[in-house]
Write a protein that binds this ligand. Structure first.
Ligand code: PLP
Length: 343
């Protein structure tokens, strides 16, 4: 178990072994005319990198306390959450079953390859909606329980109050790190889908009584019927765990769908430029499914004078999808400096 900053009392297992750094992005900042920093939650081992690992640290501490033997979760074939869950289960000696929806192609690459390598039992259920996927996962949980397994189910993206509480902790961690550099961020921007990252950051800000703008860039529109309502529930379930009595309200949340483009994992305006600038100016990979959409928001809002610095781009990980052939081919085809290369 790790020690907690301040009054946050959240049991966690350390899956990372280090505190992810913050760094300034000077060349991107010059390009945009804005002070930009980055929280490097993308760093870690191939399995245990990205924002999901923080949530798993709290969720799996809870699962262990309950005596779970088997972790079940769901997601798409690109899912970083399922890959991180499979890696964490392997690291902790737990069994893991992943229920994965997918469009074609479904070659064993990217996160799907890693899911399998980490020893997870894969249930590939085809091109179903998120709601159908949740139902199919419930069926798998029942089947395993009938077979005698003690299952701990992680909802999609580890979207739980405990996951949100782990991100409230992350907010305190990052703002302390920036304060040590004399920086107080005016805006935090991150990719958002299952919601516990946003819920938790907002909860952390509420704990600190700060006014930092926190902008969640939605990358998967249809995850819930009521997206803001679900995010709010997650934030307040997190509050119940670490700061009983504290309340987050609907107006504390800020989500934008302006950078979602054609949908989850699909093309969106600004994504190629975001990947290009981050790679060429800072040597940092952002992926086309999640984080490039957040960076696209920063670039666009900076161009229109609609964002105040210092900005903290919260890098939530996910470079793995760059190694998915269909996504890699799209990046290559859309970026002239690559497209024109002779291989
Ligand atoms: C790389 C990456 N960024 C952002 C997110 C969104 O996080 P959350 O589910 O907490 O909204 C995910 C979730 O899958 C992710 O994998």
């Amino acid at each position: 178990m790790t020690t907690q900053p301040e009054h946050l009392d959240l049991p966690r297992i350390d899956l990372r072994g280090f505190v992810s750094p913050v760094q300034v992005l000077p060349r991107l900042g010059d390009h945009l005319g804005l002070e930009v920093w980055c929280k490097r939650d993308d760093l870690g081992s191939v399995g245990l990198a990205g924002n999901k690992v923080r949530k798993l640290e709290a969720e799996l501490a809870h699962a262990r306390a309950l005596g779970a033997t088997h972790i079940v979760t769901e997601g798409s074939r690109h899912s970083n959450a399922t890959r991180a869950a499979a890696a964490a289960a392997a690291a902790l000696g737990l069994r893991c079953t992943l229920v994965l929806c997918h469009d074609e192609p479904k070659e064993p690459v990217g996160n799907l390859l890693l899911d399998a390598l980490f020893g997870a039992d894969l249930r590939l259920v085809g091109d179903v909606s998120w709601v159908e996927l949740a139902g199919l996962t419930t069926d798998v949980v029942r089947e395993l329980e009938v077979a005698g397994e003690r299952v701990h189910r992680l909802p999609i993206g580890s979207a739980t109050g405990r996951g949100a509480a782990s991100f409230a902790h992350a907010y305190l961690e990052a703002t302390d790190q920036l304060a040590a550099h004399g920086v107080a961020p005016r805006t935090i921007v991150h990719a958002s889908s299952g919601g516990s990252t946003h819920a938790g950051l907002v909860l952390g800000r509420t704990l600190r009584g700060q006014a930092t703008r926190i902008l969640g860039v939605v990358v998967a529109g249809e995850v819930y019927e009521d997206v803001p309502g679900t995010y709010l529930r997650l934030a307040n379930e997190g509050a119940d765990l670490v700061a009983p009595g504290l309340r987050v309200t609907g107006s504390d949340l800020e989500l934008t769908q302006d950078y979602l483009g054609e949908g989850y994992g699909e093309a969106a305006p600004g994504v190629t430029e975001a990947i290009d600038l981050m790679a060429r100016l800072e040597g940092i990979v952002v992926d086309p499914v999640y984080t490039a959409k957040a960076v696209a928001a920063i670039i666009d809002l900076a161009g229109r004078g609609l964002i105040e610095g210092p900005v903290l781009f919260w890098h939530t990980g996910g470079y793995h999808s760059m190694f998915d052939p269909s996504l890699a081919a799209r990046v290559w085809a859309n970026l002239p400096r690559l497209r024109d290369l002779r291989l």
